[in-house]
Design a protein around this ligand. Structure first.
Ligand code: F6P
Ligand code: MG
Length: 439
């Protein structure tokens, strides 16, 4: 039998986790502080003096938090009263059982996945404890800006989709396969555009990815697109009444979200799926992750814009949502620190929901970390093994590598990359489209 590898953690000095807790997370918190401060006048206008008081309160909360982090203080229980507060505090108790009796869970000693999620939940706590500005999304400005900055790439992609939709009837099965492979890859490389890895710095997509797909192909370390085709083509071949449900567990708003919407639209238009279900976050998360507001805002922006390709897309996306061909879900589980192998126990309703799917696509790096438990797996460990008990439906991770975890590589590949490029696991240059059937 195999042994469960240990969690990535900042306790491994020099690791990417260490560097993240030491430098990148404080940087993100500093950005949050700046943003709240910059919006002072907005809070004043909206809420008068109370708004200013709230701004001060939030700022002092965040400064204190930054200090706790930088001086490796123990992890504190949450003090707000939200539906997930208790689960978080229970998880802290569980973390206490993992450290020695002379130690407490802390920023630099506990698992990286846990403390990084905890940072974003504490940011939420800081806002919740500062009414009346609690609803304010501290990352909204950067998310929206990054959407506008990738406008050209968005237009190119929307034009491509509309052209494709205009010729669906004349496409052979091989053509359809080629088209969906293209859009899967666009969605993969769209994952480069997250604002967490760039510390909230502009990281938008400036050029059309479509024309670069062939050049990028060699950077796809695991390519299971044929397995995806195996699942999706069943719907095309099946009878008219058959239903195929695809779920997309979303990652970042901005360009990446548009690539996901385009892919989802093409799945319906090419008869590969009959319904697509999206899953988003209930609170601002890892800077650029998609919330309900971001999702609606993005669709709305597309309809409103003065570009015929984009607005055509926006209109049909609205229509899809109205007709129930697209369904948006949110669940607190996606903003918990738990590995996905605990979902059946922690969020049985969500697990049951995913079991209704024919294919669940997990976008992005954070989802990959949660799929694999963010552990030091051997590069050659099978993906299905790293998933442990998490097999709600056939699933696939579509992710660019931004954390020190990777499984399912051919023997020797990881070692070869390690020798050639020190940062191959964290630069976002490489990607995987990695499938697991239900085992
Ligand atoms: O540290 C890199 C990082 O910020 C990770 O925390 C996280 O895994 C990732 O980037 C976020 O990436 P994504 O948006 O692809 O989940
Ligand atoms: Mg993200």
């Amino acid at each position: 039998r195999w042994r469960l590898p240990c969690s990535l953690s900042a306790k491994f000095e020099g690791s990417f986790a260490y560097y993240t807790v030491k430098d990148r997370m404080p940087q993100i918190l500093t950005k949050v502080i700046d943003t709240v401060h910059r919006n002072k006048n907005k809070f004043l206008e909206a809420h008068g003096e109370e708004g200013i008081e709230a701004e001060k309160k939030a700022l002092s909360f965040f400064s204190k938090l930054r200090n706790e982090m930088q001086t490796n203080k123990p992890i504190l229980p949450l003090t707000d009263e939200q539906p997930d507060t208790q689960i978080w505090n229970q998880y802290l108790d569980y973390q206490k059982t993992l450290v020695g009796s002379d130690e407490e869970p802390s920023w630099f000693r506990s698992p990286w996945l846990y403390v990084e999620c905890y940072l974003y939940r504490r940011i939420q706590e800081g806002m919740l404890l500062s009414p009346p500005i609690s609803e304010y999304d501290v990352f909204r400005d950067v998310k929206n800006e990054s959407f506008f900055q990738s406008q050209q790439a968005v237009v190119a992609l929307c034009a491509h989709l509309q052209e494709l939709k205009g010729k669906t009837n004349s496409l052979s099965s091989d053509d359809v396969r080629g088209e969906i492979y293209k859009l899967l890859q666009v969605s993969l490389w769209g994952n480069k555009c997250d604002l967490s890895i760039s510390g909230g710095q502009d990281n938008s997509q400036r050029s059309s990815v479509l024309s670069s797909l062939d050049d990028f192909r060699e950077f796809i370390l695991v390519d299971d697109m044929n397995s995806l085709w195996g699942v999706l083509s069943k719907n095309r071949d099946g009878n008219a009444e058959s239903r195929t449900r695809v779920d997309i567990v979303l990652d970042n708003a901005g360009f990446e979200l548009v690539t996901d919407l385009v892919m989802a639209d093409a799945m319906l238009s090419l008869n590969l799926a009959t319904e697509v279900h999206f899953h988003g976050k209930v609170m601002p998360w890892f800077v650029s992750d998609t919330t309900k507001h971001d999702f609606d805002w993005t669709v709305q922006q597309c309809t409103a814009v003065n570009n015929k390709w984009m607005s055509k897309c926006g209109q049909s996306w609205k229509e899809n949502l109205k007709k129930g061909r697209w369904v948006y879900h949110q669940h607190l589980f996606w903003t918990l620190p738990h590995e996905f192998c605990t979902m059946a126990e922690v969020a049985p309703d969500l697990y049951t929901e995913l079991q209704k799917s024919d294919l669940v696509l997990f976008k992005g790096d954070l989802n990959y970390r949660k799929l694999t438990g963010d552990r030091k797996w051997d590069f050659t460990a099978p993906f299905s093994q790293a998933l442990r008990s998490f097999h709600p439906a056939p699933l696939c991770s579509i992710r660019t590598l931004k954390a020190d975890v990777q499984v399912g590589l051919q023997a020797g590949v990881g070692e070869r990359l390690m020798a050639a490029e020190v940062d191959w696991m964290t630069s976002g240059k490489y990607g995987v489209i990695q499938f697991s059937p239900v085992v």
